[in-house]
Design a protein around this ligand. Sequence first.
Ligand code: NAD
Ligand code: INS
Length: 335
Amino acid sequence: MTIHIGVVGTGMIGQDHIRRITDVVTGADVVAVADVDFDRAEEVASGINARALPTGHDVINDSLVDAVVVTSWGPTHAEYVLAAIEAGKYVFCEKPLATTAEDCLRIIEAEQAFGRRLVQVGFMRRYDAGYRSMKRVIDGGEIGSPLVMHCAHRNRTVPESYHSEMAVQDTAVHEIDTVRWLLDDEIVSAQVIKPRKTTKRFEHLQDPQIMLFETASGARIDLEVFVNCQYGYDIQCETVGETGVVRLPDPADVWLRSSAQLRTNVLQGWEQRFAAAFDLEFVEWVASMHDGRLAGPSAWDGYAAAVITDATTEALHSGRVVAVTLKDRPAFYGS
Ligand SMILES: NC(=O)c1ccc[n+]([C@@H]2O[C@H](COP(=O)([O-])OP(=O)(O)OC[C@H]3O[C@@H](n4cnc5c(N)ncnc54)[C@H](O)[C@@H]3O)[C@@H](O)[C@H]2O)c1
Ligand SMILES: O[C@H]1[C@H](O)[C@@H](O)[C@H](O)[C@@H](O)[C@H]1O
């Protein structure tokens, strides 16, 4: 059986996900799309023999659509995810699940009222081969209890519209989810330290930032977010345990020995760095819908990320250590 998917938001990542559902994933196809830019939706639809519908709600409620992918702008996500739950359809929502913790809670309540999981959030790093190996090492006890994590999230550059809060909400949100998942531990406080700003980009932007997190078990995480590092897209992560250290591998490329130098390339964008992870994310999402049991990042993970990013944003402004206060995790979302 083929799962017929409707896509809301046919911008950059929406088009990329449509391509992977069409070309990479088996057992699913895209039958309807919508975008506030209707011409864009029509152009995308014509390339895959799908229908462009006037609004996202038309896609969600279309009788031929079994499941929905939400790749519109962040502030519109909650409305579409809630509509998909009301229609009783699976929904994959790119991060963020919603731009406020209150909207995430509404989604959690609606999903629980429906009675089974319908929502998956697009935290694709959980599907990256390097991070998965690191998780196997940590879960296998090979480095003992994790004590410290050192992370770096560097983008080559960002547009002028990118502002200081986005370093938390748009960029660090990936590590916030990854750390919770890798350590199977909850973040309980956040702090942001502001180094001297790079002169290579905009005066309005605090770049880089150093974020410090503490978990319930007492582990400490430092994260450098530097979104105008100039040289490439570079994701680093090292976990220090009681008896060993595990480090994320760099993406493999050839090493060139020439002219008295030894060198390799650095990737330039997240699309390349996480291409395989995005593919696997969709392969597993579709397989889990066929099995009738979603297993990927849940609405609870989307809610936790929203609360932690709110606390970190407050810490960016106040310079203080800000406590993270989550609601009790419902049994519906496992332990
Ligand atoms: N997982 C990741 O690493 C990753 C990477 C990039 C983007 N994202 C997320 O994906 C989402 C989209 O990002 P993007 O880079 O593709 O942006 P984009 O601007 O290229 O595309 C968004 C599209 O949504 C459309 N849109 C906006 N409001 C709409 C509405 N109410 N109904 C229907 N369509 C609407 C816009 O016209 C646009 O075509 C964002 O939430 C972003 O955070 C995630
Ligand atoms: O939306 C993008 C995306 O999420 C990337 O993975 C991240 O590296 C960027 O900083 C962010 O702006």
